[in-house]
Design a protein around this ligand. Sequence first.
Ligand code: GRF
Length: 210
Amino acid sequence: MKRIVILISGRGSNMQAVVQANIAQAEVVAVISNRADAAGLQWAAQRGLATEAICHQDYAGREAFDAALMARIDAYQPDLVLLAGFMRILTPEFCEHYAGRLINIHPSLLPAFPGLHTHQRALDSGCRVAGCTIHFVTAQLDCGPIIAQGVVPVVNGDTADALAQRVLCVEHELLPQVVADFVAGNLVVEGNRVNNLSIVDEDVSVCLKN
Ligand code: GRF
């Protein structure tokens, strides 16, 4: 069994998608949030999962918070730490500590639009497609080897909310698949490229939606 700790900051719909996927040989051992009022925490607790809130405001700075967070995460001895809507910039120490077992989902087609307000920025740029990226985390924000990307069209009259909703559907489909591939040992990082051993012939680690 591979042990998974999921970090969230709010709704936690991606966390829910992973939990509900009942991935073989995977166990979600804890859901941790930097906000006590994160709706996802309640959802997880109702399903009998271990939950914790570690509030970043209670700490003097980023280093102190990340150190406390690491201590709590490590208590669960995770094989994988999943950032699923965890809205905090992490210290290089944190990223280094979990190197190779830290995965993030970001709501844009990286390297376009790292950071916040990705959907509005995609609209403002006139993009014809948008999407999400799931990647291994390195110290640089929203960088790191890309594991999978999901693509959706941008349509006339789109709003940031409508686009976010369309992208979110793909996120929910793709994230459990990536976790399953990680757990199965299918993800091999070669430089900046992730080789997914479950994909033969063509590289189809792109999920197209309309
Ligand atoms: C998702 O769009 C995710 O890509 C981004 O934050 C959002 C979190 O949504 N990092 P949820 O909390 O999983 O519902």
